[in-house]
Design a protein around this ligand. Structure first.
Ligand code: B1M
Length: 215
């Protein structure tokens, strides 16, 4: 297979051998972010489709996810970091009950590389921990990620909790993850939240929204 097809295949097959040298070769031709966006994410998309249609079992999905993570950490040191630090601080977490973190960690990388301080709390984070961190770290924004359909309900509850604590005007909220839709966030969630709530389709929209919020 040609190099980029092979890389995509490695994600789908969960094949780690030869990954680093293929990534190094790819970086001679394309910037690391483009490799993630155009090749690796396309592999993860296929994994999602195969899993969703019952053609791939969970342990293999896990292997693909691991190879994706290894690939992203191999590429990360080669990404260009912005010089302007201190543009703002976001507390970022995958919500309670949800373990999916590849997308959230990409958001972390993109924001960190563009001058934002990111406090990445990890997965399965209850709203109490998210708010404790936001208060303790004096965050400007709260970011929540979730991929399960039930995470959309958790996010709704979390917004209620932020509101109940009188913190909605204090914290603009950025939401993302495959289970959400723009319509759900901008209508269902936004109407009951007194503060700002934004939907990011991908990490780059997340960056653009952070720039808007912090402007
Ligand atoms: Co799971 N899983 N999974 N899984 N998994 C999904 C989400 C699913 C859609 C697959 C399917 O059925 N087709 C399905 C959910 C269905 C539903 O809820 N209706 C599903 C399921 C069912 C499950 C389990 C329940 C399976 C089981 O145990 N029977 C289980 C859940 C456990 C739990 O959470 N409690 C489970 C477990 C796993 C693995 C552990 C094996 C693994 C995760 C490994 C990891 O993350 N460390 C995994 C994976 C890999 C997937 C799929 C295949 C791929 C997800 C992914 O990494 N995509 C996924 C299928 C899919 O999404 N279509 C699936 C790549 C990633 C870069 O995309 O995270 O969407 P994404 O992030 C994007 C944007 O959404 C956005 O930016 C990113 C890139 O630009 N974004 C943000 C994300 N967060 C953001 C936050 C922001 C801004 C933008 O601001 C704060």
């Amino acid at each position: 297979l040609p190099l980029f097809d092979r890389l995509e295949r490695r994600i789908v097959d969960g094949e780690r051998e030869g990954l680093s040298s293929d990534l190094d070769a790819a970086m001679e031709r394309t910037p690391p972010l483009a490799i993630i966006n155009d090749t690796l994410l396309s592999g993860m998309k296929t994994v999602g489709e195969l899993f969703g249609s019952g053609q791939m079992q969970l342990p293999f999905v896990l292997q693909s996810a691991e190879v994706m993570k290894v690939a992203v950490s191999h590429l990360e040191p080669h990404m260009e970091a912005a010089d302007a630090d201190g543009k703002g601080r976001i507390v970022l977490a995958t919500v309670k009950g949800d373990v999916h973190d590849i997308g959230k960690n990409l958001v972390d990388i993109i924001l960190s590389n563009n001058g934002y301080d990111v406090v990445n709390l990890g997965i399965k984070q209850p709203i109490t921990s998210i708010l404790d961190a936001a208060e303790g770290e004096r965050a400007d924004v709260i970011g929540m990620s979730g991929l399960l359909v039930k995470s959309t309900v958790v996010m709704k509850d979390n917004l209620h909790e932020i509101t109940a604590r009188g913190l909605a005007e204090r914290y603009p909220v950025l939401l993302g993850g495959a289970a959400l839709t723009r319509a759900f966030v901008e209508t269902d969630l936004a109407v009951t939240y007194p503060g700002q709530v934004h939907y990011a389709r991908d990490a780059f929209e997340g960056l653009r929204l952070m720039d808007d919020i912090m402007a």
